[in-house]
Design a protein around this ligand. Structure first.
Ligand code: GAP
Length: 440
């Protein structure tokens, strides 16, 4: 089994994503829109699996976590108070000759245009928030922003959740949703995009707990990555230097992943102190402090923020899973995805599509499994070898074939595993239990 050389691996992953319906270029028939990508049927399935696993692990399976789903458009005061209107920017340079624009901190030579070799102008700060107007007026009072991080929606709802559910500290708010960043140079497929999705937690604590909670969430994040099947050897922690941290953070760790285009940030963990609640209290005039019933103290909670990009999770999974090998005589591509995230769990085939007794039995098996496992497909197109290859390419862990022995001798079905191609006979009455065990 060989892993693809890194230089053309990305091209192959982009091609597979399009060919098999994971990810398409945004607005493709009009020539695309830079920094946007559309998820196709299999991409949506993979994305939902990631999000559902995340939500189950970090929200529904816990007693100290509360979900919110805040509006994407927020009052401009939110982003003034959080510091985003003044500091959420990247350095922009323009080529004096071809007029192309670049992110200054990503250039190897900050003086020369990488495209036309013309002279680059002085760098200036470019705010990455998407600005719009809410309602029919277009003056300054109607300015609104598409949120650049989901976090803002949790800070402004902190008091709402306190007042309606009365949670005791420490507790967290969690949200999955879109965020928008007018990136100067979107790149590397779905790695750096302008419309992204985040899974974020704001975990509220008394200040004295920040170090132990930071360590707790560091381990939780590593465990999560392991649980979805990312190779530990490709994950690296980077202690972010003070001058590189976001304006609100007193400590940040980036979890980096070895993507084919280099070691890059996958997730982040930040200690946001009481920066957000204090600033929102001051700016809104609404007291966002917390009263501890036991100690009778009132104080501003501090925050540990574990943040996860959905698209980057998906990209890391695809890059990690993409494998080429030779099974039997034929070379094949397969996605070695963990069954927990695989968009299709099981595929069911009749050996021959023109034999009604085989098709009928295969449909019966398919219906039975679909009820139990959900993500099950029926395929009778082409020969068995082709069907295996198609399922391998999308990472389906198991293929099941109904043949003449199944119907004539009630001798079970053939279950074929994706990674080894190994086949075994399983009687139909034991199929559910077999798959449940194998998929868990
Ligand atoms: N609330 C904190 C925050 O937004 P961030 O490091 O700017 O922190 C969090 O972003 C995560 O969102 C990143 O670790 C990454 O997974 C994802 N992310 C950020 N910018 C992105 C972009 N332009 N395209 C895709 N994902 C992005």
């Amino acid at each position: 089994m060989t892993k693809e050389p890194e230089n053309n691996l990305m091209e192959k992953i982009v091609a597979l994503s399009k060919r098999r319906g994971f990810v398409y270029q945004g607005s493709e028939i009009y020539g695309g829109l830079s920094g946007t990508w559309d998820y196709g049927p299999l991409g949506v399935a993979l994305k939902k699996n990631i999000e559902n696993l995340w939500w189950k692990r970090f929200v529904s399976d816990r007693e100290d976590m509360y979900g919110v789903d805040a509006a994407i458009l927020m009052n401009q005061e939110v982003w003034k108070a959080s510091g985003h209107t003044t500091t959420f920017s990247d350095p922009l340079v323009e080529c004096m000759k071809c007029k192309r624009r670049f992110r200054a901190d990503q250039l190897t030579d900050p003086k020369t245009c990488p495209d036309c070799k013309g002279k680059l102008g002085e760098a200036r700060q470019f705010n990455m928030m998407f600005k719009t107007h809410s309602g029919a007026t277009e003056d300054e009072t109607a300015v609104s922003y598409l949120r650049p991080e989901t976090a803002g929606g949790m800070f402004v709802n902190f008091k709402n959740v306190l007042d309606s559910l009365h949670p005791k500290l420490p507790f967290g708010l969690a949200q999955i949703g879109k965020a928008f960043r007018n990136e100067i140079a979107p790149r590397d497929f779905i790695f750096r995009v302008r419309e992204l999705e985040q899974m974020e937690i704001e975990y509220f604590i008394p200040e004295k707990l920040w170090e132990e909670q930071f360590e707790y969430w560091r381990k939780e994040m590593l465990d999560w990555m392991k649980s979805i099947g990312l190779s530990s050897s490709k994950i690296h922690e980077l202690e972010v230097a003070p001058e590189d941290r976001a304006h609100y953070s007193k400590r940040t760790i980036d979890f980096e992943f070895d993507f084919p285009f280099g070691r890059k940030e996958l997730y982040g963990l930040a200690y946001r102190t009481d920066f957000d609640l204090t600033n929102h209290s001051k700016a809104s005039g609404v007291d966002l402090s917390y009263f501890d019933d036991e100690t009778k103290e009132r104080f501003m909670p501090h925050v540990i923020e574990p943040t996860f990009g959905v698209g980057r999770t998906m990209l890391a999974l695809l890059c990690d899973a993409y494998t080429e090998d030779t099974l039997g005589e034929e070379p094949r591509i397969f996605l070695k995805l963990s069954p927990a995230v695989a968009p299709v769990k099981v595929a069911v085939f009749p050996l021959l599509k023109n034999k009604p007794q085989l098709v009928e039995k295969a449909k019966e098996v398919f219906t039975m499994l679909k009820k139990e496992f959900g993500a099950v497909v029926f395929d009778d197109n082409g020969n068995i070898g082709k069907r295996y290859r198609r399922q391998d390419e999308i990472g389906t862990p198991f293929c099941i074939t109904v043949d003449f022995d199944t119907v004539e001798k009630d001798a079970g079905v053939t279950v074929r595993g994706r990674d080894t191609g190994k086949q075994e006979r399983v009687v139909i009455s034991e199929l559910s239990a077999f798959l449940k065990k194998a998929l868990s």
